[in-house]
Design a protein around this ligand. Structure first.
Ligand code: ADP
Length: 477
């Protein structure tokens, strides 16, 4: 965008021109109206006095038989006096529209078919203001004693003094407009600067904040609106800060988690190298098995991270299909059976009714697997994991109950956080990444479902999951 266009986009420039326009246009219109009123008033004033004079002349002509050739000298003398009074000209036109008398002696004998004369021949008083020759003319009809049309009196006066007057008023108007423009210019400038000031204040404060000067909070109290903007900005800024902190924490957690198996592998490999050639095969195999275990752990962390990141995106696309939940849970439990048997955990499924739910199979499988697997992992040999499935007309309810280690009270609120482990050493030993429940919660929330946990340390844990039977699209309630 060019600089000029950019300037016209500015609020300051826009308000400046808006006020200028609002102030000056009515000023010009009002001044124009005033000038026109003065002009028509002064012309109409003269037309009236000329018409009065013309009516006197018309009466005199009609009564004294001018057209019949009587009293011509006296009347013409008077006509010439009238002409002098108006510094102009008087013409008498008879009913055949022939000029019978002209104080200028130029038009006598000519036929006058001028529109104003014709108007008066039809009985009206007419007037004309000639701006080129600066003259004002009035025509007045003459009627004889029988009230028949007898002719027209035409009086022309020089309009110079009217124009002088009008010029004077015009200069006054121009002067007034100039002063008005100056006042409005100053006012518009003042108002536009004032209007843009709160926004400029906010910009400066934000600039200062981002450069690290001034407050860590936005506090622009110029107007109520800037105060409200400051508050909204501060809460947004606080959210961003929190997000940034959690991102930093997440990155440091990820680095730490990825580093641990690598360190173990390095130690194991270095020990093997350090032992030289005479390492017994059993020890060699034991160390290599440990290294493979660490590689598996690293792979699991990376896989869990990928699942989490995929579900964390704002535009996750779910592949929703109607799914028989009874069959899905049976399948998950079948897959986990070997681990359960190894730990000597009994797994029981209690289905109250056949349940079909619209879900993304992969994500919900991951969520339920994590919960059942945790029930097995954090359990004592000889313990149990009970899974129950029920539904009403709107929701599907899945309960996963175990007789395991339980979760300490202070940890309950944190178990869904990424990388959180209630019992760090034990959990690592068990092979957890601390991401399972975060993935589970994300998957359930993507389906607009709910997950709740209740646990007693040393007795066991129960997870309750609620999922809508029909998938709720975004924007639906
Ligand atoms: P992990 O991969 O460590 O299992 P999770 O996110 O699945 O991570 O769980 C987080 C923590 O919550 C676990 O480390 C464990 O301490 C606790 N936890 C989860 N499920 C159970 C359970 N059924 N019984 C006891 N503790 C549990």
């Amino acid at each position: 965008m060019s600089n000029l266009l950019k300037a016209f986009h500015s609020l300051k420039v826009k308000t400046f021109f808006a006020y200028l326009f609002i102030g000056i246009v009515p000023g010009i219109v009002l001044t124009g109206l005033f000038y026109n009123t003065v002009r028509s008033k002064s012309i109409s004033g003269d037309v009236t006095s000329m018409s009065t004079q013309a009516s006197l002349v018309a009466d005199e002509i009609a009564l004294n038989g001018y057209f019949q050739g009587e009293n011509t000298d006296t009347i013409e003398k008077e006509l010439s006096t009238v002409g002098n009074v108006f510094s102009g000209r008087v013409m008498i036109i008879d009913k055949t529209l022939t000029v019978v008398y002209d104080t200028y002696d130029m038009y006598a004998g000519r036929v006058m078919v001028w529109s104003k004369v014709l108007e008066s021949a039809n009985g009206s008083i007419a007037s004309d203001y000639d701006t080129t020759n600066h003259t004002l003319t009035v025509t007045y009809p003459i009627y004889d004693a029988n009230n028949n049309f007898a002719g027209v009196v035409l009086i022309t006066e020089s309009a110079e003094y009217i124009e002088n007057n009008l010029n004077y008023y015009w200069s006054l108007c121009v002067l007034f407009l100039l002063v008005l423009t100056l006042i409005i210019l100053a006012f518009s400038l003042f108002v536009s600067v004032k209007t843009a000031k709160p926004l400029n204040d906010i910009k400066t404060a934000i600039d200062n904040m981002s450069k690290g000067f001034g407050d860590s909070e936005l506090r622009v109290k110029t107007t109520t609106e800037t105060e409200a903007i400051s508050e909204s900005f501060n809460s947004f800024h606080a959210q961003m800060k929190l997000l940034d902190e959690s991102r930093q924490e997440f990155v440091s957690n990820v680095s730490h988690e990825l580093k641990t198996p690598l360190t173990s592998m390095k130690v194991l490999a270095e020990s093997l190298i350090g032992m030289g050639d005479g390492v017994p095969v059993e020890m060699y195999q034991e160390f290599m098995t440990d290294i493979v275990g660490e590689v598996d752990r690293e792979t699991k962390i990376v896989n869990d991270l990928l699942s989490l990141v995929k579900m964390d995106k704002t535009d996750v696309v779910l592949d929703i299909t109607p799914l028989n939940m009874n069959e899905l849970i049976e399948l998950i439990m079948k897959r986990l059976k070997p681990i359960a048997e190894k730990q000597q955990i009994e797994m029981v499924l209690e289905s109250f009714r056949p349940v079909t739910v619209e879900v993304d199979e992969v994500k919900i499988t991951l969520a339920i697997s994590n919960l059942i697997e945790n029930g097995i992992k954090y359990n004592n040999p000889g313990g149990f994991v009970h899974v129950s499935l029920n539904a009403d007309h709107m929701y599907c309810y899945i309960r996963i109950e175990d007789s395991g280690l339980g979760i300490p009270e202070e940890s309950i609120d944190h178990i869904f956080e990424r990388f959180y482990r209630a019992d760090k050493s034990h959990s690592r030993e068990i092979g957890g990444t601390g991401l399972g429940l975060a993935i589970t919660k994300n998957a359930i929330q993507l389906h607009h479902g709910e997950i709740k946990v209740a646990s007693t340390l040393g007795e066991g844990t129960t997870f309750d999951v609620r999922l809508p039977l029909n998938y709720i699209k975004e924007g639906q309630n």
